[in-house]
Design a binder for this molecule. Structure first.
Ligand code: ADP
Ligand code: MG
Length: 287
C-alpha cells in the first residue's frame, strides 16, 4: 500500500508542473535502476532547421528542396515543417495523388511529377535507390524522383538547455544507467549522446524496436524501476510498457500523455530529477 504522505507528494510535485497519476508512481521513483529517454523532442528541442541542401546527379538545390517540400506537404512531422520553411513557397496540394507516411522511415508521394521519396537511409535501402553513404551528425532526408536520386537535406536539432544537467544529476542520484533510443541515424544519435554524457544509445529504431529494446533493458535491471521518458505518438507503447512511463506534457502527443504514469508539463527533462527529489523527501516523511 502507498503511505498517505505520497498523496501530499503529488500535491507538491504538481506545483512544479509534475503530474503523477498516483502516489505509487511517486513512491516507485525512490528506486530507479535506469532512465531511458527518447531523443527527438525529449532530450532535444525538436525544432528542426534545414542546415544544408546537397544536390547530386546534376540536380540543383532548388530541385532537391522543391520535391522534398511537395512530398512533405501533408506531413505534420517537425522534419516536414522545417523543409516547408526552408523552401519558403506554397506547394499546390492538388499535385499529390497518393501519399504514404512510413513511420521511422519517411514519405512516399505519388504526384503529377511522378513518385517522390523523402526519407532516411532505411527508405532508400528498402526502395533500392543508389546513394553514397553520408555520415553526418544530423538528421538526413534523402530525396528521389522516379527512382533517380536527387540529393539530400541535412536538418539539425539541438539539446534542450537542461538535458545535460538532467543526465549528470541522474547519475549523481545513483541511477545505474542512462539510455537514449531514437529512430534517427546513428551519427546524429552519437553526436547528441556524447554531448549529453549518456551511457548507452540505440539508433535507427522503428517504433516496435523501441518497445523491444525497453523490454531488454528491463530484463537487465539490477534493482528498482526502468523509467522511460518520451513525447511522440510513437513513444506511447514504450511509455505504457515502462515500469514508470513519463511523457512531456506541453508539446507531447495526447497518446503519449494518456499512456504516461507521470507527465512533465514543462517539457523539461530536469523535472524528472526534481520528481525523484520530491519522492525521496516524501519517503523520508512517510516512514
Ligand atoms: P525519433 O525516434 O527520433 O523521435 P521518428 O520516429 O519520428 O524520430 O523518426 C525517425 C526517423 O524517420 C527520422 O529521423 C527520419 O529520418 C525519418 N522520418 C520520419 N518522418 C519523416 C518525414 N516526414 N520525412 C522524412 N523523414 C522522416
Ligand atoms: Mg520523439
Amino acid at each position: 500500500s502507498v503511505p498517505l504522505a505520497f498523496f501530499g507528494g503529488i500535491g507538491r510535485a504538481s506545483h512544479e508542473g509534475i503530474l503523477a497519476k498516483g502516489g505509487n508512481y511517486l513512491q516507485a521513483l525512490n528506486r530507479v535502476d535506469s532512465v531511458v529517454f527518447d531523443k527527438t523532442g525529449t532530450l532535444t528541442k525538436g525544432t528542426f532547421k534545414v542546415t544544408e541542401v546537397v544536390p547530386r546527379n546534376g540536380f540543383s538545390k532548388e530541385d532537391v528542396l522543391k520535391f522534398a517540400a511537395i512530398a512533405e506537404v501533408n506531413s505534420s512531422h517537425p522534419i516536414a515543417r522545417s523543409i516547408a520553411e526552408a523552401y519558403g513557397k506554397p506547394v499546390d496540394e492538388s499535385m499529390i495523388k497518393n501519399y504514404e507516411e512510413v513511420s521511422g522511415t519517411g514519405i512516399k508521394a505519388r504526384t503529377d511529377k511522378g513518385l517522390i521519396l523523402a526519407g532516411n537511409d532505411r527508405m532508400l535501402h528498402l526502395e533500392n535507390i543508389e546513394h553514397g553513404d553520408c555520415n553526418i551528425n544530423a538528421t538526413v532526408v534523402h530525396v528521389a524522383l522516379n527512382r533517380t536520386y536527387l540529393g539530400y537535406i541535412t536538418i539539425a536539432d539541438e539539446p534542450k538547455d537542461d538535458s545535460y544537467k538532467a543526465i549528470r544529476s541522474l547519475k549523481s542520484l545513483g541511477v545505474r544507467k542512462t539510455v537514449m533510443l531514437t529512430g534517427d541515424n546513428r551519427y546524429a544519435a552519437e553526436f547528441i549522446a556524447e554531448k549529453l554524457g549518456i551511457d548507452e544509445y540505440y539508433a535507427e529504431l522503428l517504433p516496435q524496436d523501441k518497445v523491444a529494446k525497453l523490454e531488454e533493458l528491463q530484463r537487465q535491471k539490477k534493482k528498482g524501476s526502468v523509467v522511460f521518458v518520451g513525447d511522440g505518438i510513437n513513444d506511447a507503447p514504450v511509455i505504457a510498457r515502462a515500469d514508470i512511463g513519463v511523457a512531456m506534457g506541453a508539446l507531447g502527443s495526447d497518446a503519449a500523455v494518456e499512456a504516461a504514469d507521470i507527465v512533465l508539463m514543462n517539457d523539461n527533462p530536469y523535472d524528472l530529477v526534481k520528481a525523484i527529489g520530491i519522492a525521496r523527501r516524501t519517503n523520508s516523511i512517510a516512514w
